[in-house]
Write a protein that binds this ligand. Structure first.
Ligand code: 3H9
Length: 692
């Protein structure tokens, strides 16, 4: 919005009216913006001095689409199609001038204009599918008419944007403007007037032609093979197929399909995650304007699975990194891991020169004194407090003043690590999730003494290496692993009742997890959680029995399942069941319904989430959702455990937990006080706001 509070500003340049859309941060088409835009276009169309109109965005881009926060409410007119109708019915050329992003409703609006010009760096896309929607303002009808069915379907079902160059090649863009966009767009408008170029209405183009008769059957088959539980991609195909119909019929079909999913659970959950992901970086612990230290150089201590992966994340993001290992043999192993990763990257298409550049950013050494002058050191050695304290004391001496010392511990006391240094204010946790090169989330753990500047730097570092950083409090397991522990306890209880291993996994996969908890344990290595339990004096007799039998998961060819050499496919194994039966002293099988398995496992996790919120370990429920969606594969279309809890209803959850606590004699299952309170007040976790 400009200084006069106007969302759309009109200026005249000769006979061209320039309408600048100015609604930070991304010019999303809120109701207010749509109203202002419709009014400005109507005025320009009526003004006899105006012969052509240029639409341009102020700030970072053209328009990022509809205002996603408005989809929970009934849509208020004017809608984007009304604005497009005004343009199409008008007799003056309207040119969309695109820089940055033209996404969703933004691209749809531009396709309602007669011409589109763009800067070379502009990105054009229909990302609605990523928030569980289809384009709803004519995109499924106009895009295929402009670029053909194949590219349109790819863009609408995949949701990824294309470049202006690709847009130009396929007829979406009429011209790429080399210099400044606005003068270039005005010059284009003047040419349209001078040469009396036709007012091209995309709706008047003939329907796209089918590349082959099986085109849509194949597209549906591809989707089926991906076994996606998402509804939106299917609806996208249906809507694009309707572009074969006469335009208005296709538009009507699009509107029906859009209405059918916009209030559905999947889209609501995905929209929640969209905002949750962005909210995670806003935290009261880091006041606005807190300075961050620039991270130009990183050191990683420990080149095991985690340490190597963290070094790779840094190198991939352009950061030079020194990797320190205890001895030459361990360093060789770590370097071999890095090379294997880049061999994989080469197979996936990364150019050899790029791989060389990334590898060259990683220097290995066996001496802590050789860390150089990093701005950030991340310790990722085994979970041994005494060893970590020794390393932190040494790091405090070796690292330059002001450098941040971080630990990747999953559960050890970070304050105890900070206490051995002379810079406890610069110590924090940076907890990565396995596999760290893939999982997008990172917990930034604050200690009692970490300063806002240190935390802000940790968060900025997370963004720099393309993670979603979430600030959490220090405690045993932080946020993610505390819920994981509860999941493990409930799985153990189900196993003890005689529920078969595959039955548990199948139920969780049917709910939407990419793999079940037992298969996930096999993948991660069962010895890791086993060791963590033993260090803390905890037992899970059945899970322990599997490890005690030498079955550590995929790496030993057997865990909860068995694995053929070279294969990661879990095969149900009688021997694993026999070990569990021996440990529980029974062979009696019990059939618990899949829905009941899921409900029990999730209730235990959600209860822990409530405790975490109450203790202030997470700032808001949606942070827990972000951690579980991006750190553990909780299905995004279910919104994360706390969002899901709100859908189920907290009163029902509380009653279930109370019954389970009594039935199993486990006080850990008693409803958390916060869950109980919110349930009594008829509220959800979404409404929980910390007051202290
Ligand atoms: C649609 O268009 C449906 C149509 O078919 C019409 C149907 C009738 N709405 O991501 P960032 C906020 S559906 C509301 O951090 P970046 C965002 O929350 C829409 N808010 O920046 C954040 O706020 P805050 C289709 C939005 O530079 C701030 O803007 N479009 C929207 O990393 C900055 O965002 C999409 O799905 C929005 N549409 O990335 C595009 N977009 O500062 C969604 C952003 O308070 N957006 N915000 O945290 C994006 O992909 C990225 O935001 C974008 C910028 C690439 C644009």
């Amino acid at each position: 919005m400009n200084e006069r509070g106007m969302l759309v500003r009109t200026e005249r340049v000769g006979e061209v009216a320039v309408l600048t859309i100015d609604s930070p941060p991304v010019n999303a088409t809120s109701h207010a913006l749509r109203s202002a835009l419709k009014k400005s276009i109507d005025e320009a169309l009526l003004d006899p001095a105006v012969k052509a109109i240029v639409l341009i965005g102020a700030g970072r881009g053209f328009i990022a689409g509809a205002d996603i926060s408005e989809f929970d409410r009934p849509r208020a007119e004017p809608l984007i199609p009304h604005i497009i109708a005004a343009i199409e019915q008008g007799q003056k050329p309207v040119i969309a001038a695109i820089h940055g992003h033209a996404l969703g409703g933004g691209l749809e609006l531009s396709m309602g204009c007669h011409y589109r010009v763009a800067t070379a760096e502009a990105r054009l896309g229909q990302p609605e599918v990523k928030i569980g929607l289809i384009p709803g303002a004519g995109g499924t009808q106009r895009l295929p008419r402009l670029v053909g069915l194949k590219l349109a379907l790819d863009m609408i079902v995949g949701g990824d944007p294309i470049s202006a160059k690709t847009g130009l090649e396929h007829g979406l863009i009429d011209q790429i403007i080399a210099g400044d966009l606005l003068p270039g767009a005005i010059a284009f408008a003047e040419r349209v007037m001078r040469d009396r170029m036709p007012l091209k209405r995309v709706r008047d183009l003939p329907p796209p032609s089918l590349p082959d008769p099986d085109f849509f059957t194949r597209a549906r088959g591809d989707l089926l093979r991906r076994k996606s539980a998402l509804t939106a991609p299917q609806r996208c195909i249906d809507a694009v197929e309707a572009s074969l119909l006469p335009f208005d019929q296709g538009l009507k079909r699009e509107a029906e399909l859009f209405s059918g999913i916009v209030f559905g659970d999947q889209s609501r959950a995905l929209r929640h995650i969209f905002f949750a992901e962005r909210d995670a970086s806003k935290t009261a612990a880091i006041p606005a304007g807190t300075p961050t230290r620039e991270i130009a150089q990183v050191a990683v201590i420990g080149g095991g699975t985690m340490g190597s992966a963290i070094a790779l994340c840094c190198a991939d993001a352009g950061l030079p990194v020194t990797l320190i290992e205890a001895d030459a043999a361990a360093l060789d192993r770590a370097m071999a891991t890095l090379r294997r990763y880049y061999d994989g990257a080469a197979k996936r298409g990364t150019a050899p020169a790029e791989i060389e550049r990334r590898l060259a950013r990683i220097t290995g050494s066996t001496k802590l004194a050789e860390i150089g002058a990093p701005d950030l050191v991340i310790e990722a050695v085994i979970e041994d407090l005494a060893l970590k304290q020794k390393i932190f004391a040494e790091l405090d001496r070796a690292a330059k003043p002001g450098a941040i010392l971080a630990t990747n511990t999953s559960y050890l006391d970070i304050d105890a690590l900070a206490s051995v240094t002379g810079r406890p204010e610069s110590v924090l946790g940076l907890h990565f999730f396995s596999p760290a090169t893939i999982m997008r989330v990172m917990e930034v753990v604050r200690t009692k003494k970490s300063t806002g500047a240190a935390l802000a730097t940790g968060m900025a570092f997370g963004r720099k290496i393309r993670k979603i950083p979430v600030l959490v409090g220090a405690c045993d397991g932080f946020v993610g692993n505390r819920l994981l522990t509860q999941r493990g306890r409930e799985v153990e209880r189900l196993l003890a009742e005689g529920v078969a291993i595959p039955a548990i996994d199948e139920a969780m996969v049917a709910f939407g997890f990419p793999m079940g908890p037992c298969a996930a344990g096999d993948l991660a290595g069962l010895d890791i959680s086993y060791r963590a339990r033993k260090q803390r004096g905890r037992n899970l007799p059945l899970a322990d029995a599997i490890v005690d039998a030498g079955r550590l998961g995929q790496k030993t060819g057997a865990g909860y399942y068995r694995y053929e050499p070279g294969s990661r496919a879990p095969i149900p194994d009688r021997e694993a069941q026999r070990i569990i039966d021996a440990a529980r002293g029974s062979t009696a099988q019990s059939a618990v319904a899949p829905e009941e398995i899921v409900a029990r496992v999730l209730a235990a996790m959600i209860n822990e989430g409530a405790r975490i919120l109450e203790e202030g370990i997470a700032e808001r429920a949606s942070d827990i959702d972000v951690i579980w969606v991006y750190g553990y594969g909780f299905p995004a279309y279910r919104g994360g455990p706390m969002f899901y809890a709100d859908q189920v209803g907290l009163a029902a959850l509380r009653d279930r937990l109370a019954q389970s606590a009594e039935r199993f004699g486990d006080p850990g299952l008693k409803p958390a006080p916060l869950l109980d309170r919110l349930a009594r007040e008829g509220k959800g976790f979404r409404e929980f706001v910390r007051t202290s």
